[in-house]
Design a binder for this molecule. Structure first.
Ligand code: ARG
Ligand code: ZN
Length: 873
């Protein structure tokens, strides 16, 4: 059944306080909930008190008391998903005892077990698997949690807030009681019980309060917590400096767990993390992982204000906390590392994956209007496009007014469950900027297309720039109103200098585009300028402008905006590859575009360009991004054409690439700082090109890097290169894969990479190989990380997944059907690639559709898979 935003109603009752007692046992857990209930007078002022309906799933109700009186089972109704009971007083107390089985909970929602420890994941609607409750974010309550368990098995007992009591009980059992003074919705509840160790540090807040910081993990991983702890302290400082936000409890805890559906969760005072997003050592984590950890630790910490102190009224408002918090963590990462590169990476993900989502059958606005299963809406659209929408407000208001806006927002709504509208209103009220039309970003889905044309008048020196916008139809939204688009602009003269754009002499401007078409005139141009459009990726739109290859090469050299230099390079790459894709069926040998080859030569040799930006520019558009930009996706042609261009670049510039590789290959202690990361990244991009050469020497170089590596970044890069090298050596491939396995078989997070490198390999990643790996001793079929690595690696492997006459699709359909019974959230995520079936060339498209139809025919699908399969067929 579909739930609509327009049907939102405030709850009939509030829950002022929630007292929970968890009695944890090996075969079951008893949960006692004592709830102080109060009528919501704003909704109900009639004489009759409405019945109370609580959410609940997979619960055994042991007993139910209302104001001390036991209600027998003829006094309430228990149906799938809810418990309804009569109410006689506007204020009353409920005592509910339920029995649950965490050890059998494979959905990883609610209370479950991971490697012998108890942990929880309640967002969005997992709390209802713990007890009967008003499991909705607008019901905020003060929680007290007593956890009772075996002292030997579970020496550490954690919940939200501050520990207020602890003690020993009979039979080697003990307890700890936690109290969280801040009102919160049930989705922010957390509990952990396990045999854990911790590292401890401290942070003194801007007002001089001492906060204890603890990071918990299994003892064998305790040496991998330093980076997350450093990241946490940086985040706490940054949020004080940039947003004036101070931490509010005496203790902040992070717990690492191996079995987790997503990245991490911002539970009040007790963040729970997927171990892959928190644990790092130089030997086991790549640079990318180090940066991911820094970003996610910050993201969850920042939620303490944008999410917890001010939470969401309902799940349609999810982007209120997620879009804003992603914006906050992106700016934090930009401040800690290379700002230009962070922007390139984020824009690249958005354009590749979010644009694809917005063009597919599940397209939705950042504030969806309806859903069947909310778990399906933790999307790139809500998170990443949501971030871009907040960024556009930041751009339109400027940093100072934006900060006034966030101050007002936090001040107005502290302790409340708010809406996206509240956020925009606070921004308007604080800045005086009219965001009426801007609100279309919240209600309309689809990626706007901005088409730019220009005209130069030599006699007057006037340059006319005409900007037209449109947005393709998306499910349920045939026609769109124009968006309010901030469009970053500069004009380059023939020497590559930026021209003044106005009387003040500004050389960069953000045009505020509001009409379906408008023209801007720039005066005093001595010759026709070249426009640099959408600088810094100022809006989540596609820009169409008829750049010639010469224009793009020019922008690559002269543009002062890192994002646009990179984008010019990508556009040139896309042109060169698409040219080969179009002629893929013709037998004749097709030459690779010489302008591209020349431009890459200049790029490789450029002594002034920042290493990190150079590395990004040297990476050809990914297969996924080529697919996203194609009218019709031809997988084989894309793989072959991209490979051919890569080989041509490698062959043409082998000497320069090798020289650069050697220059960057010097021994030094591992340090995950931006400058070092940039050097390693560029070096490994060079190695990737060398792997595209057909010579034995390059292979030896890769083997040498693999064997000599002192950190995981270099070892993983070399492994990937060896596996997919052009000059293949089966024996070497076997040898390094075995070596890698022997070194890291006891480290679950590193082994994820071992599975991914194989299933994602154009050479190795066959259906048979993936099937065999699923039977491997180190493959844990209950671990979302393993499933994502192996199955996700394979579905992202364009050379294999799409080119097996449908065997890949059938394999995926089998996995989805099987997984749906175990973990619906993961099942629904891994099937996403099939939902893009309409964009593929006919044969592949038909086979993908067939696989979807087979999933659809299964009885008792979860709401997760049901929604995705039905919307995509
Ligand atoms: N709020 C979490 C975060 O932003 C994500 C939790 C998602 N959980 C889920 N079941 N979909 O990091
Ligand atoms: Zn989040």
């Amino acid at each position: 059944s579909t739930i609509y935003l327009k049907d939102y109603q405030a709850p009939d009752y509030w829950i002022d306080t929630t007292h929970l007692t968890f009695d944890l046992h090996e075969d079951h857990t008893l949960v006692t909930a004592v709830l102080q209930m109060r009528l919501n007078e704003a909704v109900n002022c009639g004489e009759a008190l409405p019945a109370l309906t609580l959410h609940g799933e997979d619960l055994d109700l042991v007993s139910l008391h209302r104001d001390g009186e036991e209600l027998e089972n003829d006094r309430y109704q228990l149906v799938k998903g809810s418990l309804t009971l009569p109410v006689e007083q506007p204020r009353f107390q409920l005592q509910i005892v339920t029995r649950i089985r965490p050890q059998e909970n494979t959905s990883l929602e609610g209370l479950y077990k991971s490697n012998g420890m108890f942990c929880t994941q309640c967002e969005a609607e997992g709390f209802r698997k713990i007890t009967y409750y008003l499991d909705r974010p607008d019901v905020m309550s003060v929680f007290t949690t007593k956890v009772i368990a075996s002292q030997a098995r579970y020496p550490v007992l954690l919940a939200n807030g501050n520990a207020i009591d602890r003690g020993e009980l009979d039979n080697d059992r003990h307890y700890v009681t936690w109290e969280d003074p801040f009102k919160k919705p049930s989705y922010l509840f957390a509990l952990v019980a396990g045999d854990l160790e911790y590292v401890e540090d401290h942070f003194t807040t801007m007002n001089g309060r001492e906060v204890t910081l603890r990071l918990f993990t299994e003892s064998h991983n305790i040496h991998k917590c330093d980076h997350a702890m450093i990241s946490l302290k940086k985040s706490m400082k940054w949020d004080e400096d940039v947003y004036g936000r101070e931490y509010d409890l005496d203790i902040f805890m992070i717990v690492a767990v191996d079995h987790f559906n997503m990245g991490a969760m911002e539970n009040k005072g007790l963040n729970i993390f997927n171990s892959s997003c928190v644990l790092a050592s130089p030997e086991t984590a790549t640079d990318a992982t180090y940066q991911k950890i820094e970003a996610i630790v910050a993201h969850e910490y920042f939620h303490n204000w944008s999410g917890n102190r001010v939470t969401c009224r309902d799940w349609f408002q999810l982007s209120l906390k997620e879009g804003f918090t992603v914006f906050r963590d992106a700016e934090f990462s930009a401040d800690m590392n290379s700002r230009g590169v962070k922007r390139i990476q984020d824009a690249s993900v958005l354009r590749t994956a979010q644009f694809a989502e917005d063009a597919g059958p599940m397209a939705h606005p950042i504030r969806p209007e309806s859903f069947i299963e909310i778990s399906n809406f933790y999307t790139l659209t809500v998170y990443e496009k949501g971030c871009e929408v907040v960024r556009m407000i930041h751009t339109l208001l400027g940093a100072d007014k934006f900060r006034k806006g966030t101050d007002l927002y936090f001040d107005r709504h502290d302790g409340e469950a708010a809406t996206c509208e509240d956020f925009v209103k606070a921004m308007e009220d604080a800045s005086g900027v009219d965001l009426t039309q801007f609100r279309n970003w919240y209600s309309q889905s689809g990626t706007p297309v901005v088409t730019v044309t220009d005209r130069y008048e030599a006699e007057t020196g006037d340059y006319h720039l005409t900007i037209a916008q449109s947005c393709p139809a998306t499910p349920g939204q045939e026609h769109k109103k124009p968006f309010h688009i901030p469009l970053g602009l500069a004009l380059l003269d023939e020497q590559g200098q930026l021209l003044p754009l106005n009387a003040e002499g500004d050389k960069e401007q953000v045009l505020s585009i509001k009409q379906s078409e408008e023209t801007f005139v720039f005066k005093g141009c001595k010759s026709k300028p070249l426009p640099s459009l959408l600088r810094n990726f100022s809006a989540p739109v596609r820009v169409r402008y008829d750049y010639s290859k010469d224009d793009l090469v020019f922008l690559m050299k002269h543009d002062t905006d890192s994002f646009n230099r990179w984008d010019a390079c990508q556009r040139l790459g896309v042109m060169a590859i698409e040219q080969l894709v179009e002629r893929f069926d013709e037998q004749a040998e097709q030459a690779v575009d010489s302008q591209l080859l020349d431009a890459f030569g200049v790029l490789i040799a450029d002594p002034k360009l920042e290493h990190a930006v150079k590395a990004e520019m040297l990476c050809l558009p990914t297969e996924a991004s080529l697919a996203e930009q194609a009218e019709v996706i031809k997988p084989l042609a894309i793989v072959a054409a991209r490979k051919k261009v890569k080989q041509a670049i490698a062959e043409t510039h082998s000497a320069a690439l090798l020289a650069l590789y050697n220059q960057l290959s010097h021994e030094r202690d591992y340090c995950p700082e931006a400058a070092d990361i940039a050097e390693r990244t560029l070096k490994n991009v060079c190695l990737g090109y060398l792997a595209a050469l057909d010579d034995a020497e390059s292979l030896q170089r890769m083997a040498a890097q693999y064997n000599g590596a002192s950190n995981m970044t270099d070892r993983r890069a070399a492994l990937g290169c060896i596996v997919d090298a052009r000059h293949r050596d089966e024996h070497l491939v076997e040898q390094v894969l075995t070596d890698f396995y022997d070194r890291y078989k006891d480290d679950a997070n590193v082994m994820d990479g071992w599975f991914a490198v194989q299933s994602g390999s154009a050479e190795l990643g066959t259906v048979e190989k993936v099937q065999a790996l699923m039977q491997h001793d180190s493959f844990d079929p209950t671990s979302p990380n393993k499933l994502r690595s192996l199955i996700g690696g394979f579905t992202g492997n364009m050379a294999r997944f799409h080119t097996t006459g449908g065997a890949g699709y059938e394999f995926l359909a089998d996995r989805v059907i099987e997984l749906d019974k175990q973990n619906p959230q993961v099942a629904s995520r891994v099937m996403m690639p099939l939902t893009r079936w309409k964009k593929f060339e006919p044969v592949a498209s038909g086979l993908m559709k067939k696989a979807l139809q087979r999933i659809k025919a299964v009885h008792d699908l979860s709401t997760d898979v049901y929604e995705v399969v039905n919307k995509s067929l």
